[in-house]
Design a protein around this ligand. Structure first.
Ligand SMILES: NC(=O)c1ccc[n+]([C@@H]2O[C@H](COP(=O)([O-])OP(=O)(O)OC[C@H]3O[C@@H](n4cnc5c(N)ncnc54)[C@H](OP(=O)(O)O)[C@@H]3O)[C@@H](O)[C@H]2O)c1
Length: 317
C-alpha cells in the first residue's frame, strides 16, 4: 500500500519536473518589460535574462539606476525611466515599449516595483501612510498592467506579478500586506480573463530576502519617525521598552533574511521561459516551510503562532 503511494507521488513529481523543464522557443526574439530595476530582484532578473539572450526592457525609477544597469549588461538591454505612480510616466513607457516590440507584441511583463515603508503597528499609522504603499505596490501595478495588456495579449505572453508571502499571511500593520493581498486578487482575476486569449499570469511569493526594501536601517528610521509623530496616548500604551524590543525584532528579521536573491529570480525566469509556467511560485525556505503552511492553518491557530512570535506591549497583557 505504502509502496504504491510513494510510487504514485514519485511519478507525479517526475512528470511535473519533465513538463516544467520544457522551454519556449525563440527566446532571443522575445521582449520582457520589468519594473523597479534599479536594485534587488528587478535588477538581478534584468541581468539574468540579458545573459540568457532575451530582449530586456528595464524600467528604472532613477537615471543613476538605469546607467549602472546599462554598464553591467549587453547592448541588447534597453532602459527607460518609470514611476509607476504617475500615469503620464506609464503612458510614455508604454509608447516606448510599443516602438521597440512592433508587431511581435510584448512577451513578458514583470510587475516588480515596490516599497515597504511606512509600515508598523496600525495605531501608529495614518491613512496617507497606507495610501503611499498602495499607490506603488497595487495601483501602480494595475496601471502598468492595464496600459501594457494589449501588447501582452498580442504576443500571447506572460504577466508576472511580484506578491509576497505577506499576501498570504498578514504579519504586520500598514499598507504593505494589504497591497500584496490586493496583488493576489488582481492576479487571480487577470489570469482567468487572459486565459481566453492564451496569455498566462504567474504570481511570485518570496519569503524574506535581503534587499533595500527589507533593510533594517530603513525600517528602524521609519519606526523612529512614526514614534515621534505618535500621540501621547499611543506612546503611553506602547512605551519605550516596547519600542526597544520592537527594534530588536526588526534587526533579528534582517539577520534571518535570505541573501540568495536568485531563488526569486529563478522563479521569475521560469515563469517567463517555461512552456508550462506555474500559477504561483513560493521562493525561499522560510516561505515553503513556514509561512505558506501557516497560511493554510485555521485562523485561530495561525493567530496563536503569530502571537507567540510577536512583540507585545506589556500594559496590554
Ligand atoms: N525583499 C524581500 O524580502 C521581498 C519579499 C517579498 C516580496 N518582495 C517584493 O519584491 C519586489 C522587489 O523588491 P526588492 O526586494 O527587490 O526591493 P528593492 O531593491 O527596493 O526593489 C524595489 C524597486 O522598486 C523601485 N521603485 C520604488 N518605487 C517605485 C515607483 N514609484 N516606480 C517605479 N519603481 C519604484 C525601487 O527604486 P529605488 O531603489 O530607486 O527606490 C527599487 O528599484 C517588491 O514588489 C517587493 O514588495 C520583496
Amino acid at each position: 500500500m505504502w509502496l504504491y503511494l510513494v510510487t504514485l507521488v514519485g511519478l507525479y513529481y517526475l512528470l511535473r519536473w519533465y513538463r516544467e523543464r520544457q522551454v519556449v522557443s525563440n527566446l532571443q526574439d522575445k521582449h520582457v518589460f520589468i519594473t523597479g530595476c534599479d536594485s534587488g530582484f528587478g535588477n538581478l532578473l534584468s541581468r539574468q535574462l540579458d545573459r540568457r539572450g532575451m530582449r530586456v526592457l528595464a524600467a528604472c525609477l532613477t537615471e543613476k539606476g538605469a546607467e549602472e544597469l546599462r554598464n553591467k549588461t549587453s547592448d541588447r538591454l534597453k532602459t527607460v525611466i518609470l514611476d509607476v505612480t504617475k500615469t503620464e510616466s506609464v503612458v510614455e513607457a508604454t509608447q516606448w515599449v510599443k516602438e521597440r516590440v512592433g508587431n511581435r507584441g510584448l512577451w513578458g511583463l514583470v510587475n516588480n516595483a515596490g516599497i515597504s515603508i511606512p509600515s508598523g503597528l496600525n495605531e501608529f499609522l495614518k491613512k496617507e501612510h497606507f495610501a503611499k504603499i498602495l499607490d506603488v505596490n497595487l495601483l501602480g501595478m494595475i496601471d502598468v498592467t492595464l496600459s501594457m495588456l494589449p501588447l501582452v495579449r498580442k504576443a500571447k505572453g506572460r504577466v508576472v506579478n511580484v506578491s509576497s508571502i505577506l499576501g498570504r499571511l498578514c504579519m504586520f500593520g500598514g499598507g504593505y500586506c494589504i497591497s500584496k493581498y490586493g496583488v493576489e486578487a488582481f492576479s487571480d482575476s487577470l489570469r482567468r480573463e487572459l486565459s481566453y486569449f492564451g496569455a498566462k499570469v504567474a504570481i511570485i511569493e518570496p519569503g524574506f530576502f535581503q534587499t533595500a526594501i527589507s533593510s533594517s536601517d530603513r525600517h528602524l528610521s521609519c519606526n523612529k519617525m512614526l514614534w515621534d509623530q505618535a500621540s501621547s496616548e499611543v506612546k503611553e500604551i506602547y512605551d519605550e521598552k516596547f519600542l526597544l524590543s520592537y527594534e530588536t525584532t526588526i534587526k533579528l528579521l534582517d539577520k534571518l533574511c535570505n541573501k540568495d536573491l536568485s531563488m526569486v529570480t529563478d522563479c521569475m525566469e521560469h515563469a517567463l521561459t517555461s512552456r508550462h509556467p506555474r500559477t504561483r511560485y513560493s521562493a525561499g525556505w522560510d516561505a515553503k516551510l513556514f509561512y505558506i503552511p501557516v497560511s493554510y492553518l485555521p485562523t485561530f491557530l495561525a493567530d496563536r503562532i503569530l502571537f507567540w512570535t510577536s512583540t507585545k506591549p506589556e500594559k496590554a497583557l
